[in-house]
Design a protein around this ligand. Structure first.
Ligand code: BTX
Length: 322
């Protein structure tokens, strides 16, 4: 994004009330006519900007459509998303993020796409990512005090952060181990954590998140219609994608910092309180399918279950079929 325009948006966002053209011109070190041109450009992008003679400018509303400036409007994070790239259409934001991470993109860089033509889930499964209806984004993280074996905890950390963000809406959000967010027994969002590591050091992690937001039932892909949902379907309201991303990034940043500073312990309890079917009997698929009671999560992120003989198991990789 053109940095002057970003500075302009940041400046307007961080000020209550109006900011005069003169002040903007001084702060950004550009002419008054350049300020005016940038304002017009932002209006074309869908910003509602009020300009009053002798008072100045103020942003009234950001566009519902996503672009780099709207995504960063009012973004209060310290580092997550402060460097942000928006692409209208990509195969997968994971691929873009890996590419940038290999080229030394900094911690907290975020790549958001309008649509993904080849969005992916775990084990190369397809992730349906329709244009303009959801949030499809990947964040580059570089945790230096986390061992590669503990990287999978980040999926759980992100799940708690997302779930706690969603609690502000009238929905009953649950986390299905290890990487799904469920509303009403249906999948709203998925998390894909991919890591590049050497023997005992993480080079970087790409944390990919996909969330269905403004899909109607008809917008859901044929193959997932029965088991997927969106925020619109659950609440009857449509959402500004920019604002939702903003809120998600805030929560993820906060939880990530807690995780890095204090470890997984605290978040483990929050996860257990949000877990889908906690205490209930579920069907687990490892090398076979078997019945188990979900009893919690281990400090290292493994799922704790009890089999029908009362024996406890810790599952590191398994499919939960329910
Ligand atoms: P997952 O492997 O747990 O879930 C994939 C499964 O979810 C699919 O096999 C399908 O049954 C179902 N599914 C596919 N699309 C959707 C959808 N839109 N809503 C609900 N269910 C669906 C989950 O993997 C992790 C997904 C991460 C997606 C993000 S988007 C940004 C980033 N880029 C990218 O390519 N992937 C991540």
């Amino acid at each position: 994004m053109e940095s002057t325009r970003k500075q302009l948006i940041d400046f307007l966002s961080n000020h209550q009330g109006y900011v005069s053209g003169q002040e903007l011109s001084e702060q950004l070190n550009i002419s008054r006519s350049a300020v005016w041109k940038h304002m017009n450009h932002l209006k074309k992008e869908g910003y509602q900007i009020e300009g009053i003679t002798n008072k100045g400018y103020r942003i009234i509303e950001i566009p519902n459509q996503m672009n780099e400036s709207s995504l960063q409007w009012n973004l209060q994070t310290k580092w997550l998303g402060q460097s942000l790239i928006y692409k209208e259409s990509v195969r997968s934001t994971q691929l873009v993020a890996h590419d940038l991470a290999r080229k030394d993109a900094k911690q907290g860089s975020v790549i958001v796409a309008g649509e993904q033509t080849s969005g992916r889930g775990r084990m190369r499964r397809h992730w349906d990512s329709k244009a303009g209806l959801g949030l499809w984004f990947s964040s580059i993280l570089r945790p230096d005090n986390i061992e590669p074996k503990d990287a999978s905890q980040l999926t759980l950390v992100a799940a708690v952060a997302i779930a706690q963000y969603l609690e502000k809406f009238p929905v009953d959000v649950k986390i299905k181990w290890p990487n799904d967010l469920f509303l009403n027994g249906k999948k709203l969002a998925g998390i894909l954590t991919e890591m590049q590591a050497e023997q005992d050091a993480i080079q970087y992690i790409v944390l990919g998140i996909g969330m269905n937001i403004n899909h109607t039932q008809d917008d859901l892909h044929e193959t997932v219609k029965e088991k997927a949902t969106s925020l619109l379907i659950e609440t009857g309201e449509s959402f500004n994608l920019n604002e939702v991303l903003n809120g998600l990034l805030m929560n993820i940043e906060r939880k990530y910092e807690l995780f890095i500073e204090e470890g997984f312990h605290e978040i483990k309890h929050e996860w257990e309180q949000l877990a889908y079917k906690m205490g209930e009997w579920i069907i687990v698929k490892t090398h076979k399918e078997w019945q188990a009671q979900l009893i919690g999560i281990h400090e290292d992120g493994a799922l704790k279950v009890r089999d029908t003989d009362g024996q406890q198991h810790e599952l590191y990789s398994a499919e939960i079929l329910w």
